[in-house]
Design a binder for this molecule. Structure first.
Ligand SMILES: Nc1ncnc2c1ncn2[C@@H]1O[C@H](COP(=O)(O)OP(=O)(O)OP(=O)(O)O)[C@@H](O)[C@H]1O
Ligand SMILES: [Mg+2]
Length: 271
């Protein structure tokens, strides 16, 4: 886990500062089309992060492309931005699908990546992408994103069960806006401000427990030794504590949980 966290923090700082790292060999790009964010991750032959870029998005919802033109434009823009930084054309690109998505929607996601100018090498499933970064072959990967809570059970490196249910960071924002009588935009800002966590977390805690309840149902059928949480909605410092208490199973949260899946997609980008 220490190695994984070091890589994630390095990737996070590259994105924050708009910097690049020295690389070896061919570059590969992972494109994560999320409900809240589009993230591009570039890695080298050794699977080391080289650069990354992110853009707040509303063009994809829970793995379904709702604004095709907007999605292509956003990915094209991020790709161009990274190419300028790196001084090199990005060719190979992979993307990912959330658990349980229908074939037609898979095709649309792949088409976005191709239309943005990538040679699409792979469409991976999100838990497999995350597992590559976490360096795990067994356990539950729980992805709490903007729209949904996705659970994937891994056994011997294979995904043996998945479910994806509507409850995510968006729901936290709605609860917060209702409680404080403010707009969702204001609630969103407040939610993400670490200095406000003491005012935020008690209010959104029932949403965290709802997420845990969703996970618990799956674990009753597929018990695991460890639950790994990823995705933006688990950023709160007390998140894993509440989860662990509810589930009665050890919960591990990597550093920069927002960036696990994007980086894993890039690592899975192979010809
Ligand atoms: N620091 C933070 N604290 C709390 N919540 C955060 C923080 N940063 C981001 N979020 C929330 O995380 C969510 C986005 O997470 P993520 O980028 O993993 O989702 P996504 O991949 O876009 O969505 P999905 O996986 O549901 O399609 C949003 O609801 C956002 O408000
Ligand atoms: Mg996601």
């Amino acid at each position: 886990m220490a190695q994984c966290n070091e890589t994630l923090l390095e990737f996070e700082s590259l994105i924050k500062n708009g910097e690049k790292k020295k690389w070896e060999g061919a570059l590969r790009t992972g494109v994560d089309l999320g409900t809240a964010n589009i993230v591009l991750a570039v890695v080298d032959e050794e699977n080391r992060p080289v650069a990354g870029a992110t853009f707040p998005s509303t063009v994809v919802r829970d793995g379904i492309v709702v604004d095709y033109v907007g999605a292509v434009q956003a990915v094209t823009k991020l790709k161009g931005q990274l190419e300028e930084l790196l001084g090199e054309t990005l060719e190979a690109g992979a993307c990912a699908i959330p658990p349980g998505i229908l074939p037609g929607n898979v095709k649309a996601i792949g088409n976005v990546v191709e239309s943005a100018g990538f040679r699409l090498t792979e469409i991976v499933d999100e838990p497999t992408a995350a597992a590559a970064v976490l360096g795990i072959t067994d356990g539950a990967v729980v992805d709490v994103g903007g729209g949904t809570t996705g659970i994937s059970i891994l056994e011997n490196g294979k995904v043996i069960y998945t479910s994806d249910e509507p409850t995510g960071g968006t729901h936290m924002t709605l609860v917060l806006a209702g409680f404080y009588g403010c707009s969702t935009n204001e609630a969103e800002v407040m939610k993400r401000d670490p200095a406000q966590e003491a005012n935020v977390f008690p209010v959104v805690k029932p949403v965290v427990e709802k997420m845990a309840a969703i996970v618990k149902r799956s674990l009753e059928e597929y018990p695991v030794d460890t639950v790994y949480v990823v995705g933006g909605a688990c950023c709160f410092t007390q998140f894993e504590e509440v989860f662990e208490k509810y589930l009665g199973t050890p919960v591990v949260k990597p550093a920069a949980p927002l960036l696990v899946t994007p980086l894993g997609i890039a690592m899975n980008c192979t010809e």
